[in-house]
Design a protein around this ligand. Sequence first.
Ligand code: 13P
Length: 338
Amino acid sequence: MLVENLEDIAAYIVDDGKGILAADESNPTCSKRFESIGVVSTEEKRRDYREMLFRSDGVPDNIGGVILFDETIRQRAADGTLLREVIAEQGALFGIKVDQGVRPIDGCPGETVTVGLDGLDERLQEYASMGAKFTKWRAVIKIGSAIPSEKCIELNMKALASYAALAQANGMVPIVEPEVLMEGEHTIDSCHEVTERALNALFQCLEQDGVNLKGSLLKPNMITAGAGCSVQASVDDVAERTLICLKAIVPSAVPGICFLSGGQSDLQATAHLDAMNKIGGFPWKISFSYGRALQSSALSAWGGSPDRVRSAQDAFTHRASMNRLAALGKWNKELEAG
Ligand code: 13P
């Protein structure tokens, strides 16, 4: 598969309803996910789990790109094939998470900035030499009383833009992820306002750093009420509000918007994506880059047991195909039963 320039890579990932499998959980996050099914997270178990996902029949038709963690891009399947080659054989591109997590910001209690710019150029060169075609960096914005601060937004969006420019200089598409967390009791209005602030700052910084938007993908949150808010919006409200926010800010040069799921249930994440694509009228592809909302049913079905690989793969294939239909605006609830 020869997909070389930035614009072709970005277009390939979101072609025809395809989206991204975010399988780039850090080892501590993976341990948390495994704990929920009573499995101890070892290097071999993480390999077995991810090999199960990557070899699933759901990949070729529904997944254009898989985001990996550093351990996985170097790991081999049980038969000795590199996992990244397993993905390529399935017709998907592989990418890599390159941020190194968050650190507290001095003078901004409760807020963090994502780090990882030190030595990033060298790391990117190595990943490009392994065949990675895209990269991801996640900024985290928390809503609370009097936060986010301007400083938090500015530091995070500047870092995202610096990362994106470096990724492109190394021939890889940057997925820029400014995640406004769902955690909290905030209203949907508050999520809308904060997401608007973050995205406005982000696109200013991307422009200042000369990032080629046509060779980038945006990975935002949807506009929802906080998980702890007593008033939750309907599917149509979330879809409409999210589109209003994005249309006001995201330039049409961006080829694809691939949402994170952020703690939404599998069905919510699919229903919201479908509702946006049914509304239509936007210049970008709108697709998914889900972690939990693509994996949770497969993770439970697997339960750490080699005997359950097949049923876990079936669960993943089902979720992936539902999300592809949603990215085409062709999903409905009845399809879930089938
Ligand atoms: P979720 O879909 O579970 O939010 O994960 C997506 C992701 O990659 C977060 O960085």
